[in-house]
Design a protein. Structure first.
Length: 256
């Protein structure tokens, strides 16, 4: 559900923006939006991790070193990136600044002069808040569905059926040795009287290798021995792993 720098480039206000540096770090998550129109040292401004700074660079005019220092400070703060409307006050971003941003893997984005800075900040913030709201709604839906299963005293078949519908993928619960105990598909087909799906049979045939992948990464990638994408999370009770929840991501890849 997190918003990345790459995804912000799809927003209407940034559709004509140009990524000048840090193209390899566009997967950085944005959790804050800050507007900056005065030197950080002058106003006691605190740069935040996962924050993206939006500026027209008025205070940086005729001061390339100050812009380089800002890029370095943002990288040190583990910020998500820097968005600059350079045409109005500095007439373009100097090559030395672009090189520094590339060296530090900091996304540096230039926007056209006709785009209002307030619109950029607003659109990014609106997207962040919208995603947070949808995440809370989804969390409440999950909590409600699982509470019903608990109150009804239903077994594993009901539990995997509910989870499969919620995540939109096939789901299985295994014991600690990856033996399948129950499984279900989003269309409500469960393990009650049905044959194991092909992906779960392949999973069962490669338990040892899969166990190593799950312990190390918590996920099985399509490049693995079973050529499929699965998310695996341990079921822990009183500090002991009793089994695993496995989600086969063939229909809907999962985020966090």
């Amino acid at each position: 559900m997190d918003l990345t720098v790459q995804e912000t480039l799809q927003l209407e206000e940034l559709k004509n923006a140009e990524v000048l540096a840090g193209k390899g770090a566009l997967d950085r998550v944005i959790r804050h939006v800050d507007s900056l129109e005065a030197p950080v040292s002058d106003i006691g401004f605190r740069l935040r991790a996962s924050g993206i700074v939006v500026t027209a660079a008025y205070f940086l005019r005729q001061d390339t070193k100050a812009l380089e220092d800002l890029v370095e400070a943002l990288a040190s703060a583990d910020a998500a990136g820097l968005i600059v409307k350079s045409a109005r006050f500095i007439g373009g971003i100097p090559r030395s600044v672009i090189e520094k941003a590339n060296d530090l893997c900091l996304p540096l984005i230039e926007v056209p002069k006709e785009v209002p800075m307030i619109d950029i900040s607003h659109s990014i913030l609106k997207e962040i808040l919208g995603r947070q709201s949808r995440f809370l709604e989804y969390s409440n839906e999950v909590r409600h569905a699982l509470t019903i299963v608990e109150l009804e005293g239903s077994g594993l078949d009901s539990l995997v059926s509910v989870i499969a519908r919620l995540v939109g993928n096939d789901v299985a619960i295994t014991d600690s040795r990856f033996n399948a105990l129950a499984w279900s598909m989003p269309d409500s087909m469960t393990s009650d009287g049905t044959e194991q799906p092909g992906w779960l049979r392949a999973f069962d045939e490669n338990k040892e290798t899969i166990g190593d992948l799950v312990s190390t990464f918590g996920r099985i990638g399509p490049e693995s021995c079973i050529d499929m994408a699965c998310l695996a999370r341990p079921i822990i009770v009183k500090g002991k792993t009793l089994g695993y929840l496995i989600v086969h991501e063939d229909r809907c890849p999962l985020g966090e």
